[in-house]
Design a protein around this ligand. Sequence first.
Ligand code: PHE
Length: 449
Amino acid sequence: MATGRGGFSSKLGVVLATAGSAVGLGNIWRFPYITGENGGGAFILLYLAVILFFGIPAMMAEFCIGKTAKANASKAFEIIAPGSKWYIVGLIGVIVAVIILGYYTVVTGWTLEYLFRSVLGDLQGKSVLEYSNMFDDFTADPVRPILWTAIVVFISYLIISKGVQNGIEKASKVMMPVLFIVLIILAIRSLMLPGAAAGMKFLFYPDFSKLTLQSLLDAVGQVFFSMSIGMGCMITYSSYFKKNVDLIKTSASVASIDTLVAIISAIVIFGTMFSFHMQPDEQGPGLVFKTLPNIFQQMSGGIVWALLFYILLFIASITSIISLLEVVIAYINETWHLSRIKSSRIVSAITVALGVLSALSFNLLSFVKIGGMGLFDFSDFITAKVLMPLGGIAMAIFIGWRMGREEVKNEITNMGKYPVAIYKIYMVLIRFVVPIGITAIFISSLLPH
Ligand code: PHE
């Protein structure tokens, strides 16, 4: 079963590839504005608590499933619980990956457009309104964003078709260090700007009066999305882990890297914004594609900073996209028995087709609404806010109540390397805290507020 599937060659490769999946648009684009909306410092503390009590245990649960079964997200359940309906949890995960791919590749396409424009010197000499119009005009164009999406998928295809070790692992080993270096350079630059301290005060001074029930929901959604959990991505990656990979260490390292990148990105963005007297209240795409270009142009050497920033965003996104693709490729490869290359081609084609739909939801298809949302927003909502938390609950129940005790114990304690007490604490978290906690939060998220 294990032979012929390939796998990550080293522990460093495991951490960098897994962190590559986790670190993405969620950290650099989503985390800063969600933190901004929830009042800064206090939200970060809440976020850290959610990582610790829900995020890391849920990630370890997925690792446990994938590493034991050595199969794709759906088949893994079939192997551990043959004859049951649990495989559906994995199958939904594969579908979630496809939906996320559909809009994630479009946003990554936007970063390429902006990268390109910063090279051409197009991100200079414009007014606030002109930047805003520039973004709106670009997304209203029915052709250009689709071309960029296709390019993004093609680049990802070139990497992923080379396989787990020569594709994913190698690319992560090159891209992740570059990402860290670029991020650190941007953070230093941002902290040196006059007035950046006000941004840091906003970011780190905890004002608990800003926290609401909604903040808790935001934190959970953000943690699931950012850590790539609840949809089988971590099952898929851990199916390529060697026997000796330590699940506690790996999940702690990945969670730390992911959180650090999110916080440093927030430092970059808030330091820069406050220095130019802008408030971080503009949301989502607007923050990174409308507001930041305007700020960059006011900085000395602005083009370079803009270029570096969009390179950062692009690299972070690509490593996440290849992990999403891998979820689907591994599934098609092992379920339909098609070669890896063929599977990669099919998945890439599906991704481009969905990307076309979500890109068109900003123009030709803007009349299509599901529950009052456009296709793009709906995809984000149904995955991050509904299906991923549900998947997280299901996987926690699977590990806590269904999978063999001894197997779980061996994986968690790394064959007895860690004391049994750790396993016992873990069981309390995964049997009770994670499913009950997320269910409570999930239900309240469905209630009108
Ligand atoms: N974690 C990625 C990010 O933060 C997104 C992602 C979600 C990737 C699910 C894979 C699986 O951008």
